[in-house]
Design a protein around this ligand. Structure first.
Ligand code: COA
Length: 410
């Protein structure tokens, strides 16, 4: 029987998500499905059906992504699976086409995703937009290089409390970095300790907020896993998210996380490559750092995406760069583009003259948030400089003072 790829009937949305359980080799609980349902537009989910049975799933979340100088609408591609019985016959290819075209029709200048394997998505023009740092630290050995007087205090909240405190911290941090997703209250439910979850001890998610007389400046969501060894407490702190809106807040929340009694190890993921912890630690090696891929970006509308951000480290740069873009998957993007920047704002038009750089859609995704410079991309044999000075011009425009950071998988 032939397989058909199409949009999922909204009344079969729960059944669709349950199909993903097999392909992901993970349980998808009813509670998880309910949380996903709340943040989803079921009309944006796609399926592959064999007869009456779902054999492939995919969907797009409607969010806004922070970019230098603001935010732009973006389609968050998610729940991509194909049943093992139906792999390698083009089902993902069909679903991706549907999802990418859906984002484009909705005027989302880019699509983005977290990849289980990056190689799957590069053929569709996704480029590595952010890097992801994870830690497995020995807390006592890594310790902080300098001490500083304590200001403010940390407060542990009960499940269901604190949305009014963490929301503004997240928004303030989001305004400082590109790569953050917008969050509605329903998105927050998935991030914070759950009211109804009967979780005890190490199973329980905890929320701690750092406050000063100026209000909340940081928070962390974490779990602790206790173990006793021959030398006593041998527990692990698992940090799910720790965000500071101020430098002081970031330092203090990590000081709290590093000094929980009876804990020997701290695990954290989804941190930016320039996280202050690397410089706070007296023994950075004991942070047990690992670098991985973060958010993958697919530019769908070159002028809308490039005009949606500001340029230059201060956001006020001027300059121009002409791009020769290859894009077979989204051919409307292909061709020459002139990016003219005045006072940090770009005007993007089809270019007539000779281009400065040649690149493909993946590379534009990597350049877009400033996660990689044009020079770094050229060293990897990706971007090619066609006119001397082209790389330097692009570096001056696209680079950002802080590395982009996406603290949330979706
Ligand atoms: C990854 C997955 C969705 C692929 O689905 P699929 O229907 O077999 O993929 P397709 O047949 O449409 O393949 C499309 C292209 O991707 C390639 N591809 C597919 N799976 C791949 C993989 N795991 N690694 C590298 N490339 C892969 C195919 O070779 C094909 O390339 P081509 O068109 O250039 O020949 C499926 O194997 C799966 O569900 N895996 C487990 C869950 C998962 O990892 N999901 C992704 C979450 S981010």
């Amino acid at each position: 029987m032939s397989v058909e790829v199409r949009h999922c009937p909204p009344d079969r949305f729960v059944e669709l998500l349950k199909t993903a359980e097999v392909a992901f080799s993970e349980d998808v609980s009813d509670e998880h499905i309910e949380r996903v349902r709340k943040v989803s537009d079921p009309e944006r989910f796609v399926c592959a059906v064999d007869g009456d049975r779902f054999v492939g799933t995919g969907g797009v979340f409607s969010v806004r992504l922070s970019v230098p100088g603001g935010e732009i609408p973006a389609g968050g591609v998610t729940w991509v699976t194909v049943l093992p019985s139906h792999r390698r016959r083009g089902i993902l290819r069909g679903m991706m086409r549907l999802m990418v075209d859906d984002c484009h029709t909705r005027n989302e200048p880019l699509a983005m995703l977290w990849a289980s394997q990056g190689s799957i998505y590069q053929r569709f023009g996704y480029g590595l937009g952010t890097c992801d740092l994870s830690l497995e630290a020995e807390t006592a050995a890594a310790r902080f290089a300098r001490d500083w007087p304590s200001e403010g205090s940390c407060r542990l909240l009960r499940a269901g409390e604190g949305l009014d405190l963490v929301g503004p911290v997240y928004e303030a941090a989001r305004a400082q970095r590109s790569g953050f997703l917008s969050r509605t209250p329903d998105w927050w439910i998935g991030q914070l300790p759950l009211v109804d979850k009967d979780a005890k001890g190490g199973e329980a998610r905890r929320l701690v907020v750092y406050e000063t007389d100026k209000g909340p400046e940081a928070y962390a969501v974490y779990k602790t896993k206790m173990e006793w060894g021959a030398q006593g407490g041998n527990g692990t702190v698992i940090v799910e998210e720790a965000i500071g809106s101020t430098e002081r807040g970031t330092r203090e929340i990590w000081r709290y996380l590093f000094s929980i009694d009876l804990m020997r190890t701290l695990k954290a993921g989804r941190l930016p490559v320039d996280h202050p912890l690397l410089l706070l630690a007296a023994e950075p090696r004991r942070l047990g750092m690992r670098l991985g891929d973060g958010l993958w970006l697919r530019i769908l509308d070159v002028p809308a995406a490039l005009e949606g951000r500001t340029y230059g480290i201060d956001g006020h740069a001027g300059g121009r760069v002409a791009l020769e873009l290859r894009d077979e998957y989204c051919p409307w993007n292909a061709g020459r583009w002139l990016v003219e920047v005045t006072e940090g704002r770009a005007h993007v038009t089809p270019a007539k003259g000779e281009p400065d750089l040649a690149l493909d859609a993946n590379d534009l995704g990597s350049l877009f948030l400033g996660g990689f410079t044009a020079t770094a991309l050229s060293r990897a044999g990706r971007v090619v400089e066609l006119r001397a000075g082209g790389l330097a011009a692009a570096d001056r425009l696209f680079h950002t003072a802080l590395a982009p950071w996406c603290p949330q998988e979706f």
